[in-house]
Design a protein around this ligand. Structure first.
Ligand code: AKB
Length: 320
């Protein structure tokens, strides 16, 4: 049986990934690594958790040793907008934290999942149908840490045989834990504001196309890649994956099919806009489809319907 550690387990992806891994592999086999925020509810009750600050290699190594960990899903990260405001923090968590994870994985023979991002691309990348292997000269610190991370993961595989695997996540849309300071967060916030107030002020300009994905597909991607037959993987780090691409106007029009009076206006955040303009409009994810069967279940229509259903339920119960 696998013994898994999830770093950043209370974050947007980590909180849902940890629960899904516990369902598949057993609660006691999946350790939730936390840092400053304590887990609550099911995350706290369904399996072990302990403090794992990834910038502290001793703390990380002792968690891996204590629980006999063989697989690390390394989700602890700082998102793009926060990283741009605090580049030193982004580097420390994004690069030094990953370096520690890889060193511990090398010593204790663990497999590692590393989430890269559309942020690993930059303005000189072909932004339409972005190829799997192409120019990567990101202009945000977040992007710099993601390219570095992809290369470090490749290095640890080639040099030391560490079983590293990763994807380039697009914006992730979810309804359990809010994202914390990304450029694509608008595509989550819009649903909460639409249900609560019937209106939303968008920080990105109309016409800003970005890849997006609904959380259930993001979770499946991580687990399916880690469970994939290694002999089929030519890329490992990091696979382009996408499920949909839209701009704010298209998303608002889809929401209006359910909330006809929904109103959206714009107050563009220049920093977020600059980041978004340097990211792909839509990526080519053929390599992921061919090498490990990537096949998302949700598109814009089904994701929007499900998001609104869940958020309306939460709203009617007074939870948001
Ligand atoms: C962000 O906007 O920073 C993230 C990402 C696309 O990596 N959601």
């Amino acid at each position: 049986m696998k013994k898994i550690l999830v770093t950043g387990s209370v974050g947007q992806i980590g909180s849902e990934l940890t629960l899904e891994l516990r369902k598949r592999f057993g609660g006691s086999n999946v350790v939730a690594g936390i840092n400053r925020t304590q887990p609550t509810g099911e995350l706290a009750d369904s399996g072990p958790f302990l403090k794992v600050d990834t910038t502290n290699i001793e703390e990380l190594a002792s968690a891996v040793k204590k629980y006999n960990i063989d697989t690390i899903y390394h989700l602890a990260a700082v998102l793009s907008a926060v990283g741009e405001k605090n580049p030193g923090l982004a580097w420390n968590i994004g690069v030094n934290g990953l370096y520690n994870v890889l060193e511990v994985a090398r010593e204790y023979k663990c497999a590692v999942f590393f989430p890269s991002s559309i942020g690993a691309f930059g303005p000189t990348t072909p932004l339409d149908n972005t190829p799997q292997d192409t120019i990567q000269r990101p202009t945000s610190m977040y992007g710099v840490t993601k390219v570095t991370g992809e290369m470090l993961c490749d290095y640890y595989f080639l040099r030391f045989g560490v079983d590293t695997r990763g994807v380039r996540y697009p914006g992730i849309i979810s309804n359990v834990t809010l994202p914390g300071g990304g450029t694509t967060d608008y595509a989550v916030e819009i649903f909460y504001e639409a249900v609560k107030h019937g209106r939303f002020t968008c920080p990105l300009e109309k016409g800003t196309f970005l890849d997006m994905m609904y959380m259930p597909d993001a979770i499946d991607a991580a687990i399916n890649l880690m469970e994939a037959d290694p002999s089929k993987l030519k890329h490992r780090n990091a696979f382009n994956i996408s499920a949909m691409s839209f701009d704010p106007e298209i998303l608002a029009a889809e929401i209006r099919k359910h909330i006809p009076d929904f109103v959206m206006d714009y107050d563009v955040d220049p920093m977020k806009q600059k980041i978004a303009d340097s990211w792909p409009n839509y990526m080519n994810d053929t390599a992921a489809r061919e090498e490990w069967g990537w096949n998302p279940k949700f598109n814009l229509e089904s994701m929007t319907a499900d998001m609104l259903k869940v958020i309306r339920e939460k709203h009617s119960k007074g939870l948001i």
